[in-house]
Unconditional design. Structure first.
Length: 291
């Protein structure tokens, strides 16, 4: 009899698979060793001579090389008042998520953002991304966050010191997160973990993504001419541009609906300026690699 489960930990040739609220240590069948099994993979396991064997690997929805994890479903982008939100980081994380088929969610922690900052976040992102305001100190709206994470594999991302570890510890109900673990690092630096792992508690699965030490827009798997497709707030109006191939960059104002909406303060002008910066970087990368 085969059991279906998710790989939650990998050390050398040993794998731990979460099956029916239990975690069992397994070995892969020989043919699977060469193809590679990632933390996050869905597998079939059988018991043979008191040893659990991974028999089959299910098709992945996505796979990340750094950190090495498969089937990530949600990217929780945490921002707070301190440090001051860096919305270029937020935009790049959103692009990273969309380009890998992952759902981005913004979590505003600490509940002490100014009213103008809260208004900005809702204006810039509220039309196309779920936003949850929580407090790691008081537990405000924590129930909504838990429900959003249930039965999904999620990773936390954001600037240092925004409260990712505190939120993760509350969700897992234990002191698991430490500096360098369980958070996507934006600033370059050495991490303290030696392996990938998914922590499970009460139908919540949080991926240790400490191997992702930086997020350089030049590493995004997006060509510059594909960039507009990863902006849902722009795609809504793209058909109103004069040209179907409109990049919302060099086109005249009268030909680009996005520029018109930005000009009329109906789309965020700062997010548009960041869009142009990312576009230019990706375009320069394309020129260097394609001649």
């Amino acid at each position: 009899m085969e059991l279906k489960g998710r790989v939650v930990k990998k050390l050398a040739d040993d794998f731990w698979v979460h099956v029916n609220n239990d975690t069992i240590k397994c070995k892969p069948r020989g043919t699977l060793k060469s193809s590679g099994i990632y933390v996050g993979d869905i597998v079939d396991v059988s018991l043979q001579n008191n040893l659990y064997i991974i028999e089959n690997l299910h098709k992945r929805t996505n796979i990340l090389i750094r950190p090495p994890i498969a089937n990530l479903q949600q990217l929780i982008i945490v921002i707070s008042s301190v440090p001051k939100p860096d919305y270029m980081i937020v935009d790049k994380l959103i692009l990273f998520a969309y380009s890998h088929g992952i759902t981005p969610i913004i979590v505003v922690n600490k509940q002490d953002l100014s009213e103008s900052e809260n208004q900005y976040i809702n204006f810039a992102y509220g039309k196309f991304i779920k936003i949850i305001c929580v407090s790691a100190k008081t537990g405000q709206n924590f129930y909504e966050l838990k429900n959003t994470l249930k039965n999904k594999v999620s990773a936390f991302a954001g600037q240092s010191a925004v409260g990712k570890s505190a939120l993760i510890n509350m969700l897992l109900e234990k002191e698991t997160a430490v500096e360098g673990e369980l958070s996507v690092k934006i600033m370059r630096g050495k991490n303290t973990t030696r392996h990938s792992e998914i922590y499970c508690h009460d139908d919540i699965m949080i991926a240790d993504t400490s191997g992702f030490t930086s997020l350089d827009e030049r590493l995004l798997p997006i060509a510059y001419y594909e960039l507009p497709y990863y902006y849902p707030d722009y795609n809504e109006y793209k058909s109103e541009c004069k040209y179907s191939s409109c990049m919302h960059f060099n086109e005249p104002l009268q030909d680009c609906k996005i520029k018109q909406l930005v000009n009329d303060n109906k789309l965020d002008k700062f997010r548009y300026e960041r869009y142009k910066k990312i576009y230019k970087i990706l375009e320069e990368k394309w020129v260097r690699t394609h001649g």
